[in-house]
Design a protein around this ligand. Structure first.
Ligand code: TYD
Ligand code: MG
Length: 448
């Protein structure tokens, strides 16, 4: 018997090497190389092409774009209107964040037959969860299996419209000698499921755990293979969960779905602004409300800042839910353009509710929150603050300004501070005072 040879594969990007290396030359991550066996290539494959394998584009029958609705509004929106038959969706997230709960709830609401394959839990555990979620499994078939060949057999036998594979890390192909969860196994299993989905026109949802680097194990490899990559995220200590599209062949990647975890499962959050502002202390310095666009929806969020003198030479800067580097830039702008001596202060920034935002339109609110806490002045609590801040301290215009203003008016705010350059495009009839600001110092005067 031929001696099995060993290769080393980067668990992050799939780069292969014959010897172990500490730093991946492809994705530059450290200590990601794991030992795997080199699989024997099967020889003698046929390369004969039959006539029906090549067709004219004009002869292709366009399949109707009938999507399978999960009937969970937030989920369907992120998918771009439901599951596309013949497509593969990867849902990634930290262990315990609620992926299995989400797919189980979706399974129960789908109008067609669903096959739920699990390698993570026993049938008993599944039924306990179903009981907790008050799911009656009329159309759901459960298969507790990890062997991909048997799973595929099950899919071919049942011919369901939707298949859920929970999780890809526990699924393996016995033809390969590598253990389940290795890059080779994950890739081969996903490719095979993808081919099956295309052939049988069922939609397949694959659940994947995220490695501690914050990526779905072997993300780069799987991203090319699957049609849609969704990330289910949230802070463990908060009950909110956000479903975000990272890649979507059949929809926008801007949409997010917001859920709240309860004792009886995930509930959709259809009015996120109200919920995110519900615990706001209107009489605290360092709290400012802003309007962020997530996908097509405006969401009002509370930005909180705490500024304390630093007793050591090296002040701390901590940002939760916001990019740390962007915070450093805004602090430098506040120091230089608004004369706030922040370089000797610890600055802690938090986006309340465990939400993460990365659009520049929240810059001005962040600056106002920091300035408010630093100078011990209240920010006006009837005001929503919107605007991007440039390095020169100028307030730059943002997109979707009317949507943002409407949301503020809808929730009863009396005043909105917006970039001056946006003013001429605003035609809203909403009853709210609109204040245009050109630069940071002027904005601070209007807000504090
Ligand atoms: P789970 O869906 O098993 O997470 P994942 O599949 O991503 O690993 O969810 C696990 C957590 O969710 C667990 O800590 C318990 C909690 N949970 C609830 O709070 N309410 C519920 O109804 C369910 C089913 C789980
Ligand atoms: Mg799970």
């Amino acid at each position: 018997m031929a001696r099995n040879k060993i290769k080393y594969v980067c668990s992050n990007c799939g780069y292969e090497s014959l010897k172990w290396i500490g730093k991946c030359p492809s994705c530059e991550s450290w200590n990601t190389f794991l030992e795997e066996l080199i699989e024997e290539k099967k020889t003698g494959r046929k390369s004969h092409v039959s006539d029906h394998q090549i067709t004219k584009l004009s002869e292709q029958v366009v399949e109707s774009e009938k999507r399978v609705k999960t009937n969970i509004l937030e989920f369907d929106r992120v998918l771009g209107g439901g599951l596309m038959p013949g497509s593969v969706v990867l849902i990634g997230g930290d262990p315990g964040i609620g992926k299995s709960t989400l797919v189980m709830q979706a399974a129960s609401k789908i109008d067609d037959d669903v096959l739920y394959v699990t390698g993570e839990e026993s049938a008993n555990q599944i039924s306990l969860r179903a009981k907790r979620l008050k799911v009656t499994g009329e159309k759901i078939s459960i298969m507790t299996e990890t062997d991909l060949d048997i799973i595929i057999g099950g899919i071919k036998k049942l011919e369901p419209k939707v298949v859920i594979v929970d999780s890809i890390q526990t699924t393996y192909k016995p033809d390969f000698e590598n253990a389940p969860g290795t890059v080779t196994q994950i890739r081969e299993c996903t490719v095979e499921l993808m081919q099956l989905a295309k052939k049988s026109h069922c939609a397949i949802i694959i659940v994947g755990h995220v490695t501690k680097e914050g990526m779905i194990a072997g993300p780069k490899i799987l991203e090319h293979v699957v049609d849609t990559v969704l990330q289910f995220e949230g802070e463990r200590s908060y009950s909110y969960r956000v479903l975000r599209a990272q890649k979507n062949r059949f929809g926008s990647t801007n949409e997010i779905g917001i859920f709240e975890m309860h004792d009886d499962g995930l509930r959709e959050v259809l009015n996120p602004s109200e919920i995110f502002l519900s615990e706001r202390d209107k009489h605290a310095t360092g709290s400012v409300v802003t309007s962020s666009i997530e996908g097509t929806r405006p969401i009002l969020l509370e930005v909180q800042a705490l500024v304390t003198p630093s007793s050591y030479g090296n002040p701390q800067r901590v940002a939760t839910g916001f990019d740390y580097r962007r915070l450093s830039i805004l602090l430098a702008v506040l120091e230089k353009r608004a004369n706030l001596r922040l370089s000797v202060q610890n600055v802690f920034l938090n986006i309340a509710g465990g939400i993460r935002i990365d659009e520049p339109a929240v810059d001005l609110a962040i600056c106002c929150a920091i300035a408010s806490n630093f100078s011990d002045k209240f920010a006006r609590n009837d005001t929503v603050v919107i605007g991007e801040v440039g390095l020169g301290g100028e307030v730059r215009s943002v997109n979707h300004i009317e949507k943002r203003i409407h949301e503020a008016a809808k929730l009863g705010f009396k005043r909105v501070v917006v970039p001056f350059n946006n003013i001429k495009t605003i035609k809203t009839k909403a009853s709210i005072e609109i204040v245009g600001v050109e630069n940071l110092s002027f904005a601070l005067n209007k807000v504090l």
